[in-house]
Design a protein. Structure first.
Length: 203
């Protein structure tokens, strides 16, 4: 039963906490195929967030730009499969938020350490913005910044905690957002980092 924190933003507090060990185990298998790496922005900066992907498409960034691609540039192989339980979690979360036919074809996996920030940006590399994005936060808590439709718009802070699931759709799908800080600590399953899964319809 989601809490609408802003129009188009549905928060399912703790909805993934009971799946943490399963997700962590499946993440280990994914990382054996496609490990975390620091991609470079088109402008040549090394990203602070370490990323990988699973599913038919993975999100990549290099000097040619940001895009989705069916092959992992590191391994030159397809991305690992999206675990069925992950697809189910994303699908059920979207359903509760009012998106009954969300079928993600990409899951971007982000890893943050306590010194990692993610500057304000919009997610607009997907083909059709009518689809929501479902995000799952695991491990250390993060101070999330939610802005407006313009970079200079005011931001609100939301503390994203272990197990939180958010569905970002409709009028909030193209809002600026970022991560300003990760709370130091140690999570019993995830250790000294925060992992975020974002489920998307890329194509
Ligand atoms: C609001 N990830 O991968 S998740 C990203 O914590 C990204 O790793 C952050 O921003 C993270 O692009 C934030 C929450 C999130 C994800 C997608 C959004 C918020 C969003 C898309 C539109 C608006
Ligand atoms: Fe984003």
């Amino acid at each position: 039963q989601p809490e609408e924190i802003e129009p188009g933003v549905a928060l399912l507090r703790g909805a993934a906490s009971h799946l943490a060990s399963d997700i962590h185990q499946q993440l280990g298998a994914i990382l054996n195929i496609s490990p975390f790496r620091h991609m470079f922005t088109p402008g040549g900066r090394r990203m602070a967030v370490a990323t990988t992907s699973c599913g038919p498409y993975g999100w990549i960034s290099d000097q040619k730009g940001y895009r989705y691609h069916s092959v992992d540039p590191l391994t030159e192989q397809p991305w690992p499969a999206m675990p069925v339980s992950w697809i189910h979690l994303a699908h059920e979360s979207a359903l509760l938020a009012g998106f009954p036919d969300f079928q993600p074809d990409s899951c971007l996996i982000n890893r943050y350490q306590t010194d990692t920030q993610l500057s304000l940006h919009q997610d607009k590399d997907e083909r059709d913005f009518k689809h929501p994005i479902v995000s799952v936060s695991l491990g250390l808590s993060a101070q999330f910044l939610l802005g407006g439709m313009r970079r200079e718009d005011a931001t609100i802070k939301i503390l994203l905690m272990h197990g939180d699931v958010l569905v970002w759709g409709n009028q909030s799908r193209l809002r600026f957002h970022g991560i300003s800080r990760i709370q130091a600590g140690y999570h019993p399953v995830l250790g000294d980092c925060r992992i975020n899964l974002t489920f998307r319809c890329a194509n």
